[in-house]
Design a protein around this ligand. Structure first.
Ligand code: SF4
Length: 77
């Protein structure tokens, strides 16, 4: 489970985030492009825009379930 006290710098404000345990595997960026992107500053994924549409939320949820290091979090859960 992701740690809300270890959120990566640059996450867009909101429920969804990536924490510092991200191993930069690239999966979430392919599953939900435009929501997850690689931060050039820290070399790890961040949430660049909070998901809004059902499709975006579905993609973010899928990425959260499949993240190999459980680095994606949602403060609502
Ligand atoms: S799927 Fe998880 S480990 Fe892979 S880049 Fe995304 S947040 Fe990082």
């Amino acid at each position: 489970m992701a740690n809300k006290n270890e959120k990566n710098a640059g996450n867009a404000p909101g429920l969804w985030y990536v924490d510092s345990t991200c191993i930069d595997c690239d999966m979430c960026r392919g599953t939900a492009p435009g929501i997850f992107e690689r931060s050039a500053e820290i070399g790890l994924s961040i949430v660049v825009r909070q998901p809004v549409t059902p499709e975006e939320i579905s993609g973010a949820t899928e990425a959260m379930k499949d993240c190999p290091s459980d680095s994606i979090g949602n403060d609502a859960e």
